[in-house]
Design a protein around this ligand. Structure first.
Ligand code: ZN
Length: 324
């Protein structure tokens, strides 16, 4: 029997005497040793795990923290999108509404300036660098966005009140697209398709098949309706307040349209064509202020949204050829 394998030496009898074991005691003793070892080893294991990975509560907190950082990253993307939209509104506001109406532009740095200084968000410094940085970015940019939106609101109110006080003048200022065709080419230096070199293009070119309807872009009086050199068949409207609009390369004028005819914004005045020096049928449209051509893209505000305005800007900036 394995339990009887141990002996002790009896000095009185001078012989080895087998050790007597109680089986139950031996089992309890062995079990206790194993339990003790288990407890000690588990303790050591848990300590090592806690030190390197963290306690279950710490692991849960870390996961929660990571989720919050992910959410903040998503918020950051949304803020950037909103910021771009507000920027588009600000551009249309300054370039299309305020400048055409003769109102002072609101500088972009004034619109975007944040009120926060370097130390305003130092309370976030207690967090990890990653968390602190994203919290500061979010707080600063939200504040700046709020400010831009408030300035935009005030600007629109100002424009509204200007409109109410100047409604007669605003009916005369050119403010809509002269035709339904899409915009092809813009104002400025452009490659001329007939001359084959770059030259100043004083208007906008719209796609228009021969016979497309052309409309007056503001109230006024027909100043000229006839042939004029490279313009071909040309119609000029005098809108008063120093504004004139030119509609060139027409195929014909609408019935009753003669020099001296009074027109209102949106009235049919003629039909597009390809008369004069052109590479193909289209409408060449100019806006002149005190005799000098100005960029007509800023005179489309009555039927153009800020998004469309940005789209037109994009088209004219990226197309370096004109139609005439
Ligand atoms: Zn043109």
């Amino acid at each position: 029997m394995a339990l009887n394998n141990y002996f002790y030496y009896d000095e009185q009898t001078c012989e080895f005497v087998p050790v007597e074991y109680n089986s139950l005691e031996r089992i309890i003793y062995t079990a206790c040793i194993w339990i003790l070892c288990g407890v000690v080893l588990s303790g050591i294991g848990i300590s090592i795990l806690s030190f390197s990975v963290g306690t279950p509560a710490e692991i849960a907190l870390k996961a929660e923290n990571q989720e919050l950082i992910n959410q903040l990253e998503q918020t950051k993307t949304k803020i950037q999108d909103l910021d771009q939209e507000v920027e588009q509104l600000a551009k249309a506001d300054n370039e299309m509404y305020r400048s055409v109406l003769g109102m002072e532009e609101i500088p972009y740095d004034e619109r975007e300036a944040g009120a926060g200084g370097a130390d305003v968000y130092s309370e976030f410094d207690v967090y990890s660098q990653e968390t602190s940085e994203i919290l500061k970015w979010t707080a600063e940019n939200l504040e700046s966005l709020e400010r831009s939106i408030n300035i935009q609101k005030m600007s629109f109110n100002e424009i509204k009140s200007y409109y109410n006080n100047n409604s007669t003048k605003l009916k005369h200022i050119p403010a809509i697209k002269p035709t339904e065709g899409i915009l092809l080419s813009g104002f400025g230096m452009r490659f001329h398709p007939v001359l084959r070199y770059e030259t100043q293009h004083d208007g906008l070119d719209f796609r228009a098949n021969v016979g497309s309807k052309i409309y007056a872009t503001g109230d006024g009086v027909v100043k000229y309706a006839g042939l004029k050199g490279t313009f071909g068949r040309l119609l000029i409207i005098d809108h008063d307040y120093g504004y004139e609009t030119y509609y060139a390369h027409l195929s014909s004028f609408a019935k009753g349209i003669n020099p001296g005819t009074k027109v209102k914004r949106g009235d049919l005045i003629g039909f597009s064509g390809k008369s004069g020096r052109v590479s193909g049928p289209h409408l060449h449209y100019e806006v002149r202020k005190d005799g000098s051509p100005v960029d007509p893209i800023n005179f489309l505000f009555a039927d153009t949204t800020p998004e469309e305005y940005m789209m037109y800007k994009d088209i004219v900036e990226n197309n370096h050829r004109s139609m005439d």
